[in-house]
Design a protein around this ligand. Structure first.
Ligand code: THG
Length: 292
């Protein structure tokens, strides 16, 4: 599984501050650290970038690419900033993202074509976040049909189910999972990705990692191609690289409905079992799910 480092994010206090001050050092340091952690790509998340978006994006893209050869996922809703970033990016960029809304498609697909960039196809339509896997499938099909019209190859489309937080949208998790299961049939030549940390958004900090890692294992089983993830979660990186086969097969057994004798398992393994059950919707989420 390919990993896209999520850490270069304007919402992060240190990075947001560095961007506002035009101080390159914290940005360089973080880009180097994410690269050394083995990321395959870096997400450069500037959000809406309302003020001076294009200029800031160019500065960040250049600052990052001075210290790393990794390709970037350019993450902004500001279309001018996206274009500006693509213009200075070296190598093959990833546009993050294009939803199924016509104004996004009309503005951004021509850029994907012109700059030979990939794009993340966000399953978000005019009516907002889809309610289930089928609605996600319809939006994905729409995005793919539009992209074909612009002459964008299917290989350049990275479909994203929009992972939602388990603490407030627990039933939506199954919709995402089922959508990923549908992809080999729906879009065999396209790629897939997701923001895996979304699943634990708003959850107490010390409990976020296990949710992210468990959901990564679930999606990986169904062929998820990549994830935007915390570059500094070493265990998550090992899972993505297939270095935790024992943990993966434990979670598969829970997914397959097997009763598991926990008497010989470690606390950690028991926590993974409980977390899997929450993500499958078998137990109701609460912040104390590991204790009950
Ligand atoms: N799909 C696509 N792009 C995305 C997302 C997605 N981009 C943004 C987001 N979701 C993925 N990136 C992040 C980045 C940071 C966090 C979560 C997802 C995060 N950060 C911590 C926090 O906010 O508490 C720490 C921030 C810090 O460094 O201080 O949770 O779904 N296509």
């Amino acid at each position: 599984m390919l990993l896209i480092g999520e850490n270069l994010n304007i919402m992060s206090k240190r990075i947001g501050e560095a961007i506002r001050q035009k101080d390159p050092e914290p940005i360089r340091k973080l880009a180097i650290a994410e690269t050394e952690a083995g990321m395959d790509m870096l997400d450069i998340n500037l959000g809406p970038a309302r003020k001076d978006g294009p200029e800031i994006m160019q500065w960040v893209v250049k600052t990052v690419q001075e210290v790393t050869d990794l390709p970037l996922s350019i993450d902004t809703t500001n279309i001018e900033a996206m274009e500006a970033g693509l213009r200075v990016h070296r190598g093959k960029a990833l546009i993050n993202s294009i939803s199924a809304r016509s104004e996004r498609i009309e503005a951004l697909m021509p850029l994907a074509k012109r700059f030979n960039a990939g794009f993340i196809g966000l399953t978000l339509g005019a009516e907002g976040i889809p309610r289930d896997a089928n609605e996600r499938g319809l939006l994905a099909a729409q995005i793919m049909a539009e992209a074909a019209g612009y002459g964008i190859p299917e290989e350049d489309i990275w479909l994203d189910p929009i992972v939602l937080p388990v603490n407030s949208q627990q039933i939506q998790i199954q919709g995402c999972t089922e959508f990923v299961m549908m992809l080999p049939e729906l879009a065999p030549n396209s790629k897939s990705t997701c923001g895996i940390s979304n699943v634990s958004n708003g959850v107490p900090g010390h409990l976020r990692g296990i949710l992210n890692r468990t959901y990564l294992i679930i999606l990986k089983r169904y062929g998820m191609f990549s994830a935007i993830a915390d570059a500094f979660d070493g265990e998550l990186r090992e899972i993505a690289r297939g270095k935790r086969p024992g943990l993966e097969s434990l979670i598969y057994r829970v997914m397959d409905g097997q009763e598991i004798d926990t008497s010989s398992l470690s606390i950690d393994e028991i926590h993974y079992i409980k977390t899997t059950k929450v993500l499958l919707g078998h137990t109701l989420y609460s912040d104390s799910w590991l204790e009950i």
